[in-house]
Write a protein that binds this ligand. Structure first.
Ligand SMILES: [Zn+2]
Length: 188
């Protein structure tokens, strides 16, 4: 029985790795989320992507998630991720895959650029797990936005309610559609 169980678990690991690769996750993400060997993951990556995984350091700082556009994308993803954790029996890795798939679909429907990569989304979850980033409600729209845990403000105003002037009106329209869609999703 133990043998069957380990085969089943290995199959689940391979399925997860394949899903992550298809969503363009970097090798470090695969190593972190599965128990498969590095060699095996590289083989899988090459088989699916028909090329070697990219090398180099992963983005490391929380700052990027606090800048205007990445903050809105990170916030959308994080709301989806937390909904998956809260309302389904998915484990963390499955929720990461599912939330990122929905994020990508939403972005495509809205015709917005895909600002948040799979690897960035994974980093974002890690920053939440480490308590470095959290969400806080905007005092105007009451949406839950990604913020620095060490810089929590009582009267937080989000990047959609308090737009930087360079963002302009077109982006405002895109952004408000963006969150209407998210609201619909939550009530679905
Ligand atoms: Zn707001």
């Amino acid at each position: 029985m133990a043998k069957i169980k380990s085969v089943v678990s290995e199959a689940a690991q391979i399925k997860l790795a394949c899903e992550l690769i298809e969503l363009d996750a970097r090798l470090q993400v695969l190593e972190s989320e599965t128990q498969l060997s590095r060699e095996r993951l590289i083989r899988l990556y090459k088989e699916i992507k028909k090329k070697s995984p990219p090398k180099g350091m992963l983005p490391f700082s929380t700052d990027w998630f606090l800048t205007w556009q990445p903050n809105i994308h990170g916030t959308l993803f994080m709301n989806l991720y937390q909904a998956c954790i809260k309302h389904t029996d998915m484990d963390d890795a499955q929720a990461l895959v599912k939330a990122y798939q929905i994020y990508r679909e939403q972005i495509q429907v809205l015709g917005l650029p895909e600002v948040l990569s799979m690897t960035r989304a994974w980093r974002l979850v890690k920053f939440f797990d480490a308590g470095m980033l959290t969400t806080t409600p905007c005092k105007r729209c009451t949406g839950q936005f990604v913020v620095d845990s060490y810089d929590l403000k009582k009267d937080y105003e989000c990047g959609l309610c308090n737009m930087p002037s360079r963002a302009g009106k077109t982006k405002q329209d895109a952004a408000s559609r963006f969150f209407n869609e998210e609201a619909q999703l939550e009530h679905a």
